[in-house]
Ligand binder design. Structure first.
Ligand code: UD1
Length: 418
């Protein structure tokens, strides 16, 4: 078991290059199985979820090779259209393979997905859309069995702009017969990255990044070379690390236009921010101001994935802030741990009222999910005394060597194996 041990109180000062985006690399790796040869994908972060995705690719019969941050995926010998229940359970985003496998085989069999315990996370929108495209779907013994004589393009209106459902429909539609139109599509930058990758392969996708996406089916997709976009959640986490410790940070390979809502909030909370090229510079003025109300929303609204890191920041702000979590019903699991470290937070349903305290105090705490785990690390950087964070496996799902990046910027943080 891994733990992070952090001696708080050291201002973060330095430069961090932002890793490739977890939420972009996963659907792109799934999409690579549709090519007629080996794709080369750069800037793939070394994360647990990426490793698990590679295991799924190998299980399907792909040849997978990593050289540093580049993955080579060759699906020429793909021989399987089934993903084991155990692999699916370990990572919810593995549901993204459903669309890609269907596009290759016209059939697929996948275990019901799992993932971080942040709520119910149903897949009804995925299933409804695939059925509308002509896929017969049955559920038996924890597996979804999907089959189709012909997958056809159609009009799909999503009741909610789900990221995963939008991606799954795009993957299924690229080789479908005719055109698919998705309305109320998710608009996240990762959707644009997937569309760019697919279009480079020869797909015909228009409108990604807007709420209407049009996909004309094509017969063949070619292998390509592609570089994954930077991770916008990781970027915001490191910006918060500087503000919560009264420091100063420069992020390289960070795209400011992907994180407008987060940057606006950081400025409101007292950070001085400059952006140029793919660089973001944040400097603290030694104070943290409260925010009145933060509501999580689909992109370009405030991202649910960065709610808990911002809550750690608001916990040591001057005044009271209110958070409303609209996306997942169980995304306040970090609250009890922050309270254990001295925060004053009251949860009422989907809202949390955070009254700022002077500073966190070190404690033994546990991460129960990925972003909540990052919030605990941020609190520990601010805290007086030593904090031990367990449940680090969750943090490793999304942050590549978090302790290495932070210690390079002066943090007293180390990983222990016990
Ligand atoms: C993706 C991200 C995740 C992020 C989330 C919201 C990946 C790998 N993960 O997750 O980090 O927190 O977007 O920005 O990209 N819903 C349904 N039915 C469905 C699908 C979703 O009700 O069929 C609901 C979910 O329960 C949730 C909301 O829609 O309340 C958003 O889910 P969705 O956008 O699908 O998130 P994910 O794709 O799972």
């Amino acid at each position: 078991m891994n733990k992070l041990v952090i001696d708080g109180g050291v201002p973060i000062r330095g430069e961090i290059t932002i890793q490739g985006a977890k939420n972009a690399v996963l659907p792109i790796l799934a999409a690579s199985i549709m090519a007629d040869g080996e794709s080369v994908i750069h800037n793939c972060p070394r994360l647990r979820d990426v490793e698990k995705t590679c295991i799924i690719l190998e299980d399907l019969g792909c040849d997978v090779r990593r050289e540093q941050d580049t993955l080579y995926i060759n699906p020429e010998n793909i021989n399987n259209c089934k993903i084991d229940e155990k692999l699916m359970r370990e990572m919810r985003s593995s549901i993204i393979f459903l669309g890609a496998i269907l596009a290759v085989w016209n059939k697929a069999e996948v275990g019901m997905p799992g993932g971080c315990p942040i709520g119910l996370r149903p897949i009804d929108l995925h299933i409804k859309a695939l059925r509308k495209m002509g896929v017969q779907i049955t559920e038996e013994f924890g597996y979804l069995k999907c089959e189709s004589d012909k997958i056809s393009g159609t009009q799909i209106h999503l009741d909610f702009p789900s990221v995963g459902a939008t991606e799954n429909i795009m993957l299924t539609a690229v080789k479908a017969d005719g055109a698919t139109v998705i309305t109320n599509a998710a608009r996240e930058p990762e959707i644009i990255d997937l569309a760019k990758f697919l279009n480079l392969m020869g797909a015909k996708i228009n409108g990604a990044g807007s709420s209407m996406i049009v996909i004309e089916g094509v017969k063949k997709l070619n292998p390509v070379e592609y570089t994954i976009m930077p991770d916008r959640i990781v970027a915001q986490t490191y910006l918060i690390s500087a503000l919560i410790t009264g420091g100063e940070i420069v992020l390289k390979d960070a795209i400011a236009s992907h994180i407008h809502s987060g940057l606006a909030l950081l400025s409101e909370m007292g950070a001085k921010i400059n952006t140029y090229d793919n660089t973001i510079h944040l400097k603290s003025n030694g104070k943290i101001k409260n925010v009145h109300i933060i509501k999580t929303m689909p992109y370009p609204g405030f991202a649910t994935d960065i709610q808990s890191p911002f809550m750690a920041l608001a916990s040591v702000a001057d005044g009271t802030s209110v958070f409303v979590e609209n996306m997942f019903e169980n995304r306040f699991r970090h609250v009890d741990e922050l309270v254990r470290m001295g925060a004053d937070i009251k949860v009422e349903g989907r809202s949390a009222v955070v009254r700022g305290v002077k500073r966190f105090s070190g404690a033994n705490v546990e991460a129960y999910e990925l972003r909540g785990g990052a919030a605990l690390v941020l609190a520990a950087l601010n805290a007086e005394g030593k904090t031990t964070v367990s449940g680090v496996d969750f943090i490793d799902r999304g942050y590549q060597c978090i302790e290495g990046n932070l210690s390079k910027c002066g943090a007293k943080i180390k990983r222990i194996h016990i």
